[in-house]
Design a protein around this ligand. Structure first.
Ligand SMILES: C[S@@+](CC[C@H](N)C(=O)[O-])C[C@H]1O[C@@H](n2cnc3c(N)ncnc32)[C@H](O)[C@@H]1O
Length: 272
């Protein structure tokens, strides 16, 4: 799959997902036909009742991630945070509360429909310490050493150039800054039928890095203190759900990947 085709397919899919959230819960990470968040093994039940009450309903409905990076990132008052692939803005809005009025949260996304949705959610939330930026995570439109924390929720797996994303993340972090990201990760080999399936790439499966590759790419970018903590491991029934309807022999492939795909929290830091 070439990088430009991946980018176009991802943009188109998430543009549609942004429009769908106005009327119903869209699905993205996970099976493309999931009728609601309750049934999607990847995006369902990521936020606490308290967090749900902290953001506009539309922002919660637009949640298309695979984890809850804000809950795990230990954000402090006054920090500058950048969310890579901010979508409808849920993690940006939650982070804005954590860093308070002295802090700032940037949400970066390449999809116009998502940016419009996120700005609408910001308006409804009445939050001012937030800026949504248009751009690509492979080319972050912020200066060197400008943020304290990078969060992201199920986006890095979508990139066709993950080395570049991680180098850019390192560049914009201040010395001592933290990388605190939720993403889909895989342990072991993934069948070629999955890797080359575009629908499964835009569904956050086919582009997932192996855990060992995530570590070595983070290390090559300059990061230290790397840790990958599984937050949800996908069993055979989950695998059946996310593989269904993609032109794949589910009975043959699901047993091969059961227990290998997981959502994980990935931590690393930029040396001081
Ligand atoms: C799976 S959704 C996750 C959205 C959000 N993080 C959440 O948890 O709801 C992926 C988002 O990343 C954006 N995205 C994907 N690849 C991107 C890239 N290379 N540069 C910038 N944004 C990207 C998409 O437009 C979409 O909004």
């Amino acid at each position: 799959m070439n990088a430009e085709n991946v980018r176009k397919a991802v943009k188109q899919k998430y543009g549609q997902a942004a429009l769908q959230t106005q009327t119903a819960k869209a699905s993205c990470c996970g099976p493309s036909r999931a009728p609601s968040a309750c049934c999607d093994p990847i995006t369902s039940n990521l936020y606490s009742v308290q967090e749900t009450g902290e953001v506009p309903e539309l922002a919660m409905r637009a949640s298309l991630g695979c984890g809850n990076p804000t809950a795990l990132a230990e954000l402090k008052a006054g920090e500058a945070v950048l969310d890579l692939g901010s979508g409808g803005g849920i993690d940006v809005l939650l982070s804005a509360k954590r860093v308070g009025p002295q802090g700032i949260v940037y949400g970066l996304d390449m999809t116009d429909e998502m940016l419009a949705l996120a700005r609408e959610n910001q308006r409804k939330a009445g939050v001012e310490n937030v800026k949504f930026l248009k751009g690509e995570i492979e080319n972050i439109p912020l200066p060197d050493n400008s943020v304290d924390v990078i969060i992201s929720n199920c986006v890095i797996n979508l990139s066709a150039d993950k080395d570049r994303v991680l180098r850019e993340a390192y560049r914009v972090l201040r010395p001592g800054g933290r990388f605190a990201v939720s993403d889909v990760v895989v342990t072991g080999e993934v069948p070629a039928e999955i890797r080359r399936n575009v629908e499964l790439w835009i569904g956050c499966i086919a582009g997932a890095l192996r855990d060992s590759d995530y570590r070595s790419k983070l290390s090559a970018a300059g990061f230290r203190n790397i840790d990958i903590e599984p937050t949800r491991v996908y069993d055979i029934e989950d695998a059946r759900q996310f593989l269904a309807g993609q032109g794949i022999d589910v009975d043959a492939i699901a047993p091969q990947v059961a227990g290998k795909f997981m959502s994980a929290f990935i931590r690393a830091s930029k040396p001081v």
